[in-house]
Design a protein around this ligand. Structure first.
Ligand SMILES: CC(C)(COP(=O)(O)OP(=O)(O)OC[C@H]1O[C@@H](n2cnc3c(N)ncnc32)[C@H](O)[C@@H]1OP(=O)(O)O)[C@@H](O)C(=O)NCCC(=O)NCCS
Length: 138
């Protein structure tokens, strides 16, 4: 399956998504905090169930991605790609940081045209570095 199959199912998180988004975030990115629903976008399956989320913060025309996660049962189906593309369509620049050890996420962002623009050494409590990424709108 490619992101074309789920692209129609990307949208803003709704009030009734709160529990599911919290459940996913706790399981997938523990310690990252609870996504702020008003600044969260979700991907849904054919039944409308939330299968992934992206939390962002806007500063003027730029967006900062705080977190992206996909239900393990739906990985490698283009869900994260569709969420990030949606974000790119609404910003002049998109910024994010990713763990240096997170090979899957780094490959995802590289494939979407993000440039590695910086590094915060030993940024995480376990000693992992944070890689800073930016992509301008097409
Ligand atoms: C990283 C993550 C968000 C990717 O979500 P996804 O929906 O599976 O990603 P996509 O299907 O859009 O993948 C797009 C591309 O990213 C790369 N990629 C994604 N997962 C990968 C993996 N496990 N190993 C290697 N490359 C991977 C591939 O290049 C992939 O393209 P391909 O499937 O055609 O080879 C997901 O694995 C996840 O939720 N991980 C835990 C949370 C996390 O690390 N979030 C990111 C940091 S905030």
């Amino acid at each position: 399956m490619t992101d074309a199959h789920i692209a129609g199912a990307i949208g803003r998180a709704r009030f009734e998504d709160a529990l599911r988004v919290r459940e996913l975030a706790r399981a997938i990115l523990p310690g990252a905090g609870e996504p702020r629903l008003s600044e969260t976008w979700v991907a849904r399956d054919a039944e409308g169930r939330v299968i992934g989320w992206l939390e962002e913060r806007r500063v003027a025309s730029e967006l900062y991605v705080l977190g992206v996660g996909v239900d393990p049962a739906w990985r490698r189906c283009g869900v994260a790609t569709a969420l990030v593309r949606e974000c790119l369509a609404r910003a002049s620049l998109v910024h994010l940081e990713v763990r240096a050890s997170n090979a899957a996420a780094r490959r995802l962002y590289a494939g979407l045209g993000f440039d590695e623009v910086g590094l915060r050494a030993r940024y995480y409590s376990d000693g992992d570095d944070a890689v800073l990424l930016t992509r301008a709108a097409a």
